[in-house]
Write a new protein. Structure first.
Length: 294
């Protein structure tokens, strides 16, 4: 029978199971989501399905770059607690997933979940994830995959602990410059490389805010416009990589640093664990109670 994509998506969100597993379960359950969940639990996915709805805002970012610096991936793997993020089983899973991501052409985390692990081709990423959930007793999610293909320059990376990962594509320069730039992005979190990449809508929004602030100054319109333009320039310096003061030498901008090195930055990506997710906030008593219910 035909199963709507929205139904498959809902079952996947509720169980954490892979897309194909969800579709198969729905077909066997004649489209009944609750029956499909029951069947998945009976078939050994009970713990994974039960825990997959819990907030997973801890974890790690793993980076894998090809030896020639022409391909690379960053993967965010989430769990519920910092304790599990330090667990060897969790870290081993994360490393294996990143290797798999580099070896394949998956464009996002959902596609990556359906592929076989390079370290264990008989097991898909999602099957390994579910097995890990059962073993460690926490929800585990492969949340984000950032891929770098079609590289014109060379990829360099930096990881701040395990929570922040950065990959930068640099044209020209050397390894030291590349790592310094990646470190700068980790620390300063620019939005984009240059001013012409700042979204027009975001810029107009800031301009309107500045205009409202300047209007309250009581100054003449010509002065107000100058104030607005000055604040817009400052905003552009703050959000663009080229406009920011270099973290290792605040006396010069990143743009000047690159000019001195005869280099340029084509693109970058910065991933921080748990961005946009609600953090888990339970006390010990609540944790014990929750475990008893499981």
């Amino acid at each position: 029978m035909s199963i709507a994509a929205a139904t498959v998506k809902e079952l996947r969100e509720r169980t954490g199971a892979g897309m194909m597993e969800c579709k198969k379960a729905l077909v066997e359950a004649a489209g009944d989501i609750e029956a499909a969940i029951d069947a998945m639990r009976k078939s050994g996915q009970a713990k994974a399905a039960k825990k997959s709805g819990r907030i997973a805002a801890e974890g790690m970012v793993v980076i894998e770059l090809a030896a020639d610096g022409k391909r690379g991936v960053m993967v965010e793997i989430n769990c519920e607690t910092d304790f599990v993020a330090k667990d060897a089983n969790f870290q081993g899973f994360a490393a294996s997933v990143a290797k798999t991501a580099l070896a394949c052409d998956a464009v996002d985390a959902a596609a990556l979940l359906e592929l076989p692990l390079v370290d264990d081709p008989a097991t898909t990423v999602n099957a390994a994830r579910e097995a890990l959930i059962t073993k460690i007793g926490e929800n585990v999610q492969v949340r984000r995959l950032v891929r770098f293909d079609g590289v014109e320059g060379t990829l360099y990376s930096y990881r701040h602990g395990v929570r922040i990962g950065v990959v930068v594509e640099v044209i020209g320069g050397d390894e030291t410059l590349g790592r310094d730039l990646a470190m700068h992005v980790a620390a300063s979190n620019p939005v984009c490389v240059s001013a012409d990449e700042v979204p027009a809508a975001a810029l107009e929004k800031e301009r309107e805010i500045f205009r409202a602030q300047a209007a309250d100054s009581g100054k003449p319109p010509a002065i107000v416009e100058k104030m607005i333009e000055g604040r817009v320039r400052k905003f552009m310096e703050e959000v663009t990589l080229l406009g920011q003061a270099f973290v290792k030498d605040p006396e010069q901008t990143v743009e000047k640093l690159l000019k001195q090195a005869g280099a340029g930055v084509r693109r970058f990506a910065r991933v921080e664990v748990g961005e946009g997710l609600e953090k888990r906030n339970e006390n010990f008593a609540d944790e014990v109670a929750a475990l008893q219910k499981d």
